[in-house]
Ligand binder design. Structure first.
Ligand code: ATP
Ligand code: MG
Length: 143
């Protein structure tokens, strides 16, 4: 599997009303939306999603940020999805993100950085399953 990735429009970008603009950049870059929902993460869900970062000094702040309002997880499909999507969103810190990238345009800081993207094919699969059931993922997008 090398054609899927999980995006999340994070709470700061939802609050700032950037959902539409970010999805437009994503779809104009050739990604197909396979499944999408808007949801408020509970602390337990945010902790579980970011468990890989639990030893990092910013873990508690990250969980607080991700539960500060609704977010929009999106399962995306495209050839070379993980790499192409990370290129589209730019570096974690918007100060280092290339011109025209989602984070350059919409992120406030390294901590409040507007969007998430899976970092490997294996994690994309885990993360998509974390947010979407099998039923939500089948038969709902054009071939
Ligand atoms: P994401 O996983 O959200 O796509 P990323 O892979 O670019 O982002 P990670 O290293 O996985 O970055 O960090 C996960 C998230 O934790 C970042 O997107 C950011 O919101 C937050 N974060 C990362 N580094 C820091 C930091 N030094 N200080 C505060 N928050 C941070
Ligand atoms: Mg990451």
């Amino acid at each position: 599997m090398n054609n899927k990735t999980l995006a999340i429009i994070k709470p700061d970008a939802v609050r700032d009303n950037y959902i539409g603009e970010i999805i437009t950049l994503i779809t104009k870059a050739g990604f197909k939306v396979k499944a999408m929902k808007m949801m408020q993460l509970t602390t337990d869900v945010a902790k579980a999603f970011y468990a890989v970062h639990k030893e990092r000094p910013f873990y508690n702040d990250l969980v607080e940020y991700m539960t500060s309002g609704p977010c929009v997880p999106i399962a995306l499909e495209k050839e070379n999805a993980v790499e192409d999507y990370r290129k589209l969103i730019g570096a974690t810190d918007p100060a280092e993100a290339a011109e025209g990238t989602v984070r350059k345009l919409y992120a406030k800081s390294k901590a409040f950085n507007a969007v998430h993207g899976s970092d490997s094919d294996a994690n994309a699969e885990i993360e998509i399953s974390f947010f979407f059931s099998k039923e939500e993922l089948i038969n709902n997008y054009p071939a």
